[in-house]
Design a protein around this ligand. Structure first.
Ligand SMILES: Cc1ncc(COP(=O)(O)O)c(C=O)c1O
Length: 393
């Protein structure tokens, strides 16, 4: 053989004789098949095994007690997973009833992108189940909700939504990024498909991007076909990191929820705080629904790890509060080891669905630091607001 052929056809190691405990990264974009390939369809084409392992792992976690088999399909990002799912079940003339608030990117996808292809959407407040029912049309194909929705941390009444969707013959599609399968598994409460931005809690270290859809195998097979047709495959390296993150997901999420509970309860008492939105507080409108739907775990660890804190003083107070933070990073993401804070009105772009949110609201995505350090950090930043000139609201 010539030197190039020898270089290309290097010996391949045999499969290991012992089972690896860590997941192998199959860094191959092409797969050779033997025999007659004339009839090979998309359904036969292998997905990357590392990517499949991640999707199957999420399906196992979300489907732990689901009434039916659960399959999963991974995507290159959370938005790719949402886009792929919506494109699969919507077409020209289709209608979506989405619960508000919904993440800014999903709002834009529905109102700015899919609207150009003949899809219409109505947004109904989370608390208004009758409104959801009233918004249903003969063309409604999807009822779309987030289990926990920022910035108000609204809790979706999944069982009520399931009834409405079923009567309408529509699918209940739930973005459960903020809940994770640790605190809520929407398939157990009637959801047809569950989507995650795996970038957040599943990866958990701010170092990879991915998304995943899980649900009934026949529905997921259709979503997979859209993923193939539109080209949003997850990379095996990111799949490896995301799958690895799942192994410590319960430990991280329970700990973050526990810190968030203490953080919310403690800072709600600070005199410069106007309100705290956190479903763990008995005053939150979603508190009872969360108690019904969310998997209890140790007390105080099931209400999510995102807290929206609104200081007195409007826009200037919210901006000054984030400027003065020393421990929390100022960043719009969530789910990683570092606590992140974002002054919502400072980052809102035109068209963002921020109506009704106080101009001072700051969203804290709690990380793995010690609760006392986070509380001390926000307390010093709040104390310093005392010296602010009278703020515009
Ligand atoms: C609830 C929710 N879903 C989906 C997404 C989109 O995820 P990704 O950044 O992985 O595309 C986000 C982004 O923050 C989100 O907050």
């Amino acid at each position: 053989m010539g030197e190039n052929t020898r270089a290309v056809h290097l010996p391949q190691p045999p499969p290991p004789r012992q089972e690896p405990i860590g997941l192998p990264v199959w860094r191959s974009a092409s797969w050779a098949s033997s025999g007659d390939h004339a009839d090979v369809t998309d359904a036969d084409v292998a997905d990357n095994p590392t990517v499949d392992a991640f999707a199957a792992a999420v399906a196992a976690l979300e489907g732990a007690a689901a009434p039916e088999d659960v399959a999963g399909q991974a995507f290159s990002s959370g938005m790719a997973a949402i886009t792929g799912t919506l494109l699969t079940f919507l077409g020209n003339g289709s209608h979506v009833v989405a619960l508000a608030p919904v993440s800014g990117a999903t709002h834009k996808l529905l109102t700015g992108v899919l609207s150009r292809f003949g899809v219409s959407a109505d947004f109904v407040d989370h608390a208004d189940l009758l409104g959801v029912r009233a918004a249903i049309r003969p063309t409604t194909k999807i009822v779309y909700a987030e289990t926990l929705a920022t910035p108000t941390m609204a809790v979706a009444d999944l069982r009520g939504l399931y009834q409405v969707a079923r009567q309408a013959g529509a699918l209940l599609v739930v973005d459960s990024t903020f809940a994770t399968p640790v605190v809520c598994r929407p398939l157990e409460h009637g959801a047809d498909l569950v989507i995650h931005s795996a970038t957040r809690y599943m990866g958990g270290h701010d170092d990879c991007v991915g998304g995943v859809v899980v649900g009934r195998p026949d529905l997921v097979a259709k979503v997979r076909q859209t993923r193939i047709d539109t080209g949003s495959a997850l990379s095996p390296d990111d799949a490896f990191l995301l799958r690895r993150g799942l192994e410590s997901l319960p430990l991280r999420v329970r700990r973050m929820c526990s810190t968030a509970m203490v953080f919310a309860a403690s800072l709600a008492r600070h005199p410069r705080v106007r309100r705290v939105d956190y479903p763990g507080l008995p005053t939150h409108p979603g508190h009872q629904t969360a108690r019904h739907l969310f998997d209890s775990g140790p007390e105080g660890t099931r209400f999510g790890a995102v807290v929206t804190l609104t200081p007195h003083g409007g826009f200037a107070a919210g901006a000054a509060l984030t400027d003065r933070l020393r421990t929390a990073a100022v960043a719009p993401s969530m789910g990683g080891t570092h606590t992140k804070a974002v002054h919502l009105a400072s980052v809102a772009r035109s068209g963002d669905a921020l109506s009704g949110v106080d101009a001072g609201a700051v969203r804290f995505a709690i990380g793995l630091e010690d609760a006392e350090d986070l509380i001390a950090d926000v307390t010093q930043a709040l104390d310093a607001l005392g010296s602010l000139p009278r703020a515009r609201t």
